[in-house]
Design a protein around this ligand. Structure first.
Ligand SMILES: Cc1cc2nc3c(=O)[nH]c(=O)nc-3n(C[C@H](O)[C@H](O)[C@H](O)COP(=O)(O)OP(=O)(O)OC[C@H]3O[C@@H](n4cnc5c(N)ncnc54)[C@H](O)[C@@H]3O)c2cc1C
Length: 601
């Protein structure tokens, strides 16, 4: 297979979030050579497009079949895979994709690096082999692979007698989470001894690339695997794996500590294995040995405890009865129909939002010429296209579309309607907006300093505060701050607006906790009485308060588009769009002053 420079193997994140457009995309999953698995004398060669699930199945089979000393590397990879994303991701993510993404927190690259996996690269002129060592990753998300090359395969070697390999991952959540620090370690011993012949320690999450702690490893060569080695390893790692206090990712002290903790786990694990080989090594207390246990969670189960209703309670009286959520079974099996599952209407279009990239700015110009040239585009919409009132929101202080000025990042400026989501989103990104930036007010404290308040200011006062404080025996003062939060409903905001034939009638399918808000705001934007707007909400995939008034931000825009085009228009926000435009639960800041008087009874 030869590769042309303008062709790239599939590129999810680059296209989605980095605005890259690749004219030709290669689907490695369909190329036989990239999916082959070959068992060789040295190990197993996996085609770069083999999925992680497939790799797991092959490795498990090998672990079952081969003597344990040969499968140390495979077992370490299997242990990492257990904590790697979720099953759905593992079913589609490829080994090659994980290597080539060159993520500094990849969970597999540290293992591949400590055991020196061999990569076969190919371009139109031929193949070459490179070893995955510390020269492979040349910078943040960069490798030595040349632009015209593709990764063809990876050889994962068998482990050798007297070699022990372990891999570790520490993440905020146990399941389906990215690593804070991830590590793999390999120690080789002179036969029949506990003298270190070769040692490799690799860490992810400690630098812009996966690194090898070479200095520490070299210092420990020829040493006995015991307490002294442990002490030296820890002080050496603390020096070698240091982080700048401002290192991206934060948690600097924690991450540095983890490099030692994970080595300690490895130290104890190896000690155990050496003992099992009959060597007399340092005794370890049973308390410490728990660090070597591999954690395997059990499938969670639960019991609902409830009180039986009194005998004779009327069958129709539901109070106290353990009633299952009406949709529970459908939701658990995936049969429940959500708003975006409503089948496509004939002639339906898709909408994407054009949003502000500035926190506070005047809009100087909006250039839609490039967007209009994009495939599938039907029209662009702005404030001038709102037939009724562009003023909206619970407090009537928001706009359907920004009109001349934006007041937050994500402020909706316009929308593009096209024949598909992909086309609409691409065109929306092609709209060029020029701004004149103004000073933003971001925090509540900044708003107080600037005397920027929502009117009217509400006050509840009871009694004479001034007199009260004068007679106080104690006064307590302080302040409380709570950060804003994302509601994080599973189903993002969605609207399907279907214009009906008569009198500007509009039917909306939305996911909302407050359909009446959507009804009245949409009616106002369309300039029709509320009874012309029919809102349907079948169920929600979560709301938590985030789908009360904020749903209307999207539904008004989609309704305006459907009204203008007289065609059904749909928009389901991607997660990043939803987080960008809805605003979430706002932060709170409060100052309190309380007085106390001694009362004698
Ligand atoms: C929800 C989620 C959870 C995740 N959790 C984890 C985790 O726990 N641990 C972890 O390490 N990672 C995790 N990841 C990252 C994940 O492992 C990678 O995104 C995945 O392995 C990439 O594989 P892919 O097949 O999707 O690659 P793609 O996205 O298709 O490709 C990634 C990059 O590699 C290039 N590429 C792909 N194949 C080749 C090839 N054969 N030759 C040359 N270049 C190639 C592509 O052009 C692209 O630039 C997670 C990702 C998601 C979305």
């Amino acid at each position: 297979m030869s590769v042309h420079p303008s062709i790239v193997p599939v590129v999810g994140i680059e296209v989605k979030f980095k605005n890259m457009v690749y004219p030709v995309i290669l689907a490695p999953g369909f190329i036989a050579e990239l999916n082959a698995v070959t068992h060789t004398e040295d190990g197993i060669v996996f085609g770069a497009a083999c999925t992680l699930s497939h790799m797991g199945t092959v490795l498990k089979e090998a672990v079952h079949r081969l003597p344990p000393h040969q499968t140390q590397v495979f077992q370490a990879i299997l242990e990492q895979l257990r904590w790697f994303a979720g099953q759905q991701i593992r079913n589609v993510a490829a080994i090659g994709g994980n290597i080539m993404t060159a993520s500094p927190i990849s969970d597999l690259n540290p293992v591949f690096m400590v055991v020196g996996c061999k990569l076969t690269l190919r371009d139109k002129d031929g193949s070459r082999e490179v070893q995955m060592d510390d020269s492979f990753f040349t910078g943040y998300r960069k490798t030595t692979v040349r632009p015209q090359e593709i990764l063809l395969s990876i050889l994962i070697p068998y482990s050798k007698k007297c070699q022990f390999v372990s891999a570790f991952k520490q993440s905020p959540r146990r399941e389906d989470d990215i690593s804070i620090v991830t590590a793999a370690m390999s120690a080789m011993f002179s036969p029949g001894t506990d003298i270190v012949k070769d040692l490799r320690l690799s860490y992810g999450g400690m630098a812009p690339v996966t690194v090898l702690a070479k200095k520490t490893a070299n210092r420990l060569l020829g040493r006995q695997w015991g307490e002294e080695l442990l002490q030296e390893a820890c002080s050496s790692l603390a020096e070698e794996m240091s982080l700048d206090p401002s290192a991206p990712g934060g948690m600097v002290t924690y991450r540095q500590t983890l490099t030692l903790s994970l080595f300690y786990k490895f130290y104890l694990t190896v000690l155990q294995k050496l003992r099992l080989q009959g060597l007399s090594v340092q005794e370890v207390s049973s308390e410490c040995l728990s660090a070597t246990e591999i954690y395997h969670p059990e499938t969670p189960s639960s019991i609902q405890v409830y009180q039986a209703v009194p005998e004779g309670q009327n069958q129709d009286d539901m109070v106290g009865r353990p009633i299952m959520h009406l949709s529970a079974l459908k939701q658990a099996t995936g049969e429940a129909v959500y708003c975006d599952d409503v089948p496509l209407y004939e002639n339906e279009l898709y909408l994407a939002l054009i949003t502000s990239t500035k926190a506070h700015a005047r809009i100087l110009s909006v250039d839609i010429s490039a967007a209009e040239q994009c495939p599938g585009v039907v029209c662009c919409l702005f404030a001038r296209d709102v037939p009724g009132s562009n003023i909206t929101g619970v407090r009537q202080d928001e706009t359907v579309f920004a009109d001349g000025q934006v007041t937050c990042v994500g402020h909706i400026i316009g929308a593009v309607v096209a024949d598909s989501q992909l086309h609409a989103q691409r065109a929306a990104k092609a709209v060029k907006i020029q701004y004149e930036e103004l000073t933003p007010i971001v925090t509540i404290q900044e708003a107080i300093a600037a005397q920027s308040f929502y009117e009217p200011i509400r006050t509840i006062q009871n009694g004479d505060l001034e007199a009260g404080f004068k007679q106080a025996d104690h006064i307590l003062e302080g302040e409380i701050h709570m950060g804003g939060q994302e509601h994080f409903y599973l189903e993002t905001n969605v609207t399907l607006a279907v214009p009906r034939e008569e009198d500007g009638e509009m039917e909306l399918f939305i996911s909302s906790q407050s359909p009446s808000d959507s009804q009245s705001f949409v009616a106002k934007a369309l300039g029709v009485p509320a009874n012309r707007v029919l809102v349907r909400v079948k169920r929600m995939g979560g709301g938590f308060g985030g789908k009360e008034s904020r749903t209307t931000v999207l539904s008004t825009v989609v309704a305006v588009a459907a009204n203008k085009l007289k065609r059904p228009v749909r928009c389901m926000l991607d997660r990043d769009e939803d987080m960008l435009i809805t605003g979430g639960r706002h932060p709170f800041y409060g100052k309190y002053k309380v007085y106390v008087v001694h009362l004698s009874f």
